[in-house]
Design a protein around this ligand. Structure first.
Ligand code: SAH
Length: 249
């Protein structure tokens, strides 16, 4: 069985020693029942990965010594930002978890013409819970960084950020959508950052798709079958990473 993995913030590192948070100490001691001498893997959230031998593991603290260090192998080198039409809570949490496993680096909920929820209906207290979901998914899936979750913005605000990315793809079910292979072709310049816009249950309006294209977005197809929004939110990043060689088959 592979070792348990924990993200630790910078303040937890002191020379060769790593101190886990109180919550992680509880997990180590009571849930996983690890003891001094057992091995864990610690991630610094900046791409570093460390083999650590626990020196103390009790209900108050868990501390270990770094015995090896390397670059985290599971972190994609292409950064994907998923602009996702606002979803009901359970579906959004599912997208956060699965999207993290697949390799999304940043999640930004967007309010569009057809979203059923409004941005202000999102309870800010949910952010803690969401942060925990992506952290656990990142640990489980061997990511080297915890994805960011940004506050919800409008579709227009999302379009104003299109220029920050090497490619901005709007997943569109109508019109002259291109294939992902065409949209990501190296002839258009290197691709290190990709924005993906996924519409809500009712899709994007034609006007929204047109505005995205005027702003420099590329309309892309995910194939001939219409996927539910939460399915498209996982399939699109997986295909982008596949086309860019980050998820080889
Ligand atoms: N009735 C809507 C369905 C929307 S599906 C429509 O026909 O537009 C929700 C979102 O998932 C879409 O806005 C799009 O972003 C994405 N999506 C689903 N299936 C897709 C496909 N085959 N190609 C491109 N995008 C797709």
């Amino acid at each position: 069985m592979s070792a348990n993995r924990f993200f630790v913030s910078e303040s937890g590192f002191e020379g060769d020693l790593v101190r886990l948070s109180a919550e992680q100490a509880h997990q180590v001691c009571h849930v996983l029942r690890l003891k001094a001498g057992d091995e864990i893997v610690v991630l610094d959230g900046a791409g570093g990965e460390f083999d650590v031998t626990l020196t103390t593991a009790d209900k108050r603290e868990a501390v270990g010594r770094i015995v090896a260090r390397r670059q985290a192998t599971g972190e994609p080198t292409v950064r994907i930002t998923l602009f996702q039409g606002l979803l009901a809570r359970e579906k959004f949490e599912w997208v956060l978890q699965k999207g993290t496993e697949v390799g999304v680096s940043r999640f930004v909920p967007i309010q569009t013409e057809r979203t059923l929820l409004r941005a202000r209906q999102i309870d800010p207290k949910k952010l803690d819970r969401w942060q925990r979901i992506v952290t656990e998914a990142a640990e489980q899936s061997h990511r080297g960084r915890v994805p960011q979750i940004e506050p919800a913005i409008t579709f227009a605000q999302a379009l104003s950020r299109v220029g920050e990315f090497d490619r901005a793809l709007i997943a569109a079910t109508s019109g002259q959508a291109r294939t992902l292979t065409e949209a990501l072709a190296p002839s258009g310049g290197t691709v290190a950052s990709v924005a993906i816009l996924i519409g809500p249950e009712g899709g994007f309006s034609d006007a929204e798709t047109a505005q995205a294209c005027e702003s420099g977005g590329i309309p892309v197809s995910l194939g001939p079958r219409i996927l539910r929004t939460e399915t498209a939110a996982i399939v699109a990043p997986a295909l982008v990473l596949h086309v860019l060689g980050q998820m080889p088959s």
